[in-house]
Each structure stands twice: as C-alpha cells, then as structure tokens.
Design a protein around this ligand. Structure first.
Ligand SMILES: [Zn+2]
Length: 318
C-alpha cells in the first residue's frame, strides 16, 4: 500500500512539475543473485517511456526546453547489460548508455572489486590482509576490505588483492569467468549497431579519480578515449566517475575531465538535475529500485524534495 502511494505521489509530482529536469538512472548488476531482476528493469523502463523523453548523453544539449528528460546509465558493462538489459531496451525502444572501464572490456581483465567478491564466495577459511581480518562467513568483513581498497592507488590495491588471494589459498582464473565478465566484443558491436547504445567513459582501471594524481588521471582519460574512439569511431562525450560519491571528484578532477573533452560527467550523488541550475560535469543520478514506488519516486525528482527536507536523509534510495 505504501509503495502504491509513493508511485501515485511520484506521478502527481511529475504532472505538476514545470521546470526542465534531467533524471539519470543508474543500473549495476541485473539478474543472477542481484536484487535487481529483469522484471524490475522492465517496469522502470516502461515508467520512463511513459513520462520521459529518454535520450543518450550526447543529446543532452538539446534538452533545454524539455520538461522531463531521462538518461539510463549502466555501470561497468558486465555481460548482464547484453543478456538482461539490452533486450528490454530494444523491446521498449529506450536508449541506454554503458560506462565501461577499458581494461575490463578490451583486455578482459577482472574488475578489482569483482575479484574480492569471487574470493569471498570461494574462500574456505578466514585470513588477514593489511591488518584486516576477512572471513567468508562474514560478508561485512570483505565490504570493509573493499572500502579500504577503494582508497588505494592501483599498484598498492592490486598487490593487496594478490596477498589476499595468497592468504586465502585461492587462485583466481586469469580472465573473469562468465558471471563476472564484460560484454563481449560481438555483443557490444551488436548493441552499438542497434543505435540504442552509447558508450560513457569510465577510466581504464576503475580507480577513484581523487585517488590518482593529476597526471595518472589524465592518462587514464586519454587512454580510455583513444581506445573507445578506435572501437566506436568517436570518443565518448560523457564520463562516469568511478564510485562517484562526494570526495571521489573535485574541482581538480572536473578540470581534467573537461580538458579530456567530456561535456557531461555523472556522479553517484543522489538526485535529479534541474536543467537551468545543473553542473553538467557533476550530474546527479538515481538508482533503479526493486520496489516500483521507490523507483518512481526517485525518477520523478520527488526524492530531491525528500533529501532537502531530511538533510540527514539516506545516501541511497529508501
Ligand atoms: Zn563503475
């Protein structure tokens, strides 16, 4: 009942709202053990198709007078995007954008955080690394380690993961197994040729921008742009900050992103974007949610009012 009320309130808010606003939806993993299943995605996409003009980031400049614009971003480019999201997008006719680190796609490397999840699921005993005790019976201990690793430069982070695997007596497969792999080259080519999919830059190694020094961050953006240009024929016009929470980007990284040629950058800060007041290089996003009413609430922009009222409100959807 509460969820239905949320949904009705969201629809009323959408109808009443006048000022142009851009909603950027975020999706990560879909299907399998993820809380978000294809049916949730379909429900959300149908809601967007009903109430919004859904576009690619490269079309954002043309939304000045559009009351309701939406962009769908899918973080990291796991094969889920092809298996579970693309078929729905194609059926409904919704453009989607994939944010893919180039080491993951072009060199078939593991995403570093996936390696720690794989380790947790395969470990038979606890171990200590970096002074932190990780126990496969306690997923929170691995989450603590991941929070620590997020703040490490790539070299130190990768060494710690090697140590973790050694201490857990595990050998990860050289390339990510099916559950952890990126979309394949042929899958991505098929998606791009449909005209429904656009690439968003997401660095090379998926390291938080503010963890890297300026030169390293610039190198990651340059390499990522060159690789996508050689694959797609043009570099991406938009960028998605790895992790993207406050502190994961700042004025310095914004200038670097601008110099790299990006016109838009997506963060993980929750909210929607009033066109007249938004900073295109710090765009807010909202997560898709398995509860339809929550999904409608965040997409409608009603969540902005809630976050304003409850300044100590949740970082993620309720
Ligand atoms: Zn990401």
């Amino acid at each position: 009942m509460l969820d239905l009320l949320r949904s009705l309130a969201a629809r009323a808010y959408i109808a009443a709202r006048r000022r142009p606003r851009v909603t950027v939806i975020t999706l990560h993993r879909v299907g399998g053990s993820s809380r978000i299943q294809p049916a949730h995605v379909e429900r959300c996409f149908r809601f967007l198709a009903t109430y919004f003009k859904v576009i690619h980031p490269s079309e954002l400049a043309s939304t000045q007078n559009e009351r309701r614009t939406a962009v769908v971003t899918i973080d990291d480019g796991h094969a889920d995007a092809y298996r579970h999201i693309f078929p729905i997008a194609r059926t409904i006719g919704i453009p989607i954008s994939l944010c893919i680190p180039t080491d993951f796609f072009f060199r078939r490397q593991w995403l570093w955080f996936d390696k720690t999840i794989w380790a947790m699921l395969h470990a038979r005993s606890a171990a200590t690394v970096c002074g932190l005790r990780v126990d496969p019976q306690d997923p929170g201990s691995f989450a603590t380690l991941r929070r620590h690793l997020k703040r490490c430069p790539p070299g130190a982070r990768d060494e710690t993961i090697i140590e973790l695997l050694h201490n857990l007596k595990l050998d990860t497969p050289l390339s990510p197994p099916d559950d952890y792999r990126a979309v394949s080259t042929s899958e991505l080519r098929e998606m791009l040729s449909s005209g429904l999919v656009e690439i968003v830059g997401h660095t090379v190694t998926h390291t938080i921008a503010t963890v890297l020094d300026e030169e390293s961050f610039e190198d990651e953006l340059r390499q990522s742009n060159e690789e996508w240009e050689s694959f797609c024929g043009r570099p991406p016009v938009s960028f998605c900050y790895p992790n993207g929470n406050p502190g994961d980007f700042d004025q310095r990284t914004e200038m670097t992103v601008r110099r790299a040629g990006y016109r838009y950058a997506f963060t993980q800060v929750e909210g929607t974007n009033p066109v007249l007041r938004m900073n295109p290089l710090e765009m807010k996003r909202v997560h898709i949610h398995w509860r339809p009413g929550v999904c409608d609430k965040v997409a409608s922009g009603l969540v902005d009012i809630q976050n304003l009222v409850c300044s100590s409100g949740p970082n993620g959807p309720a």
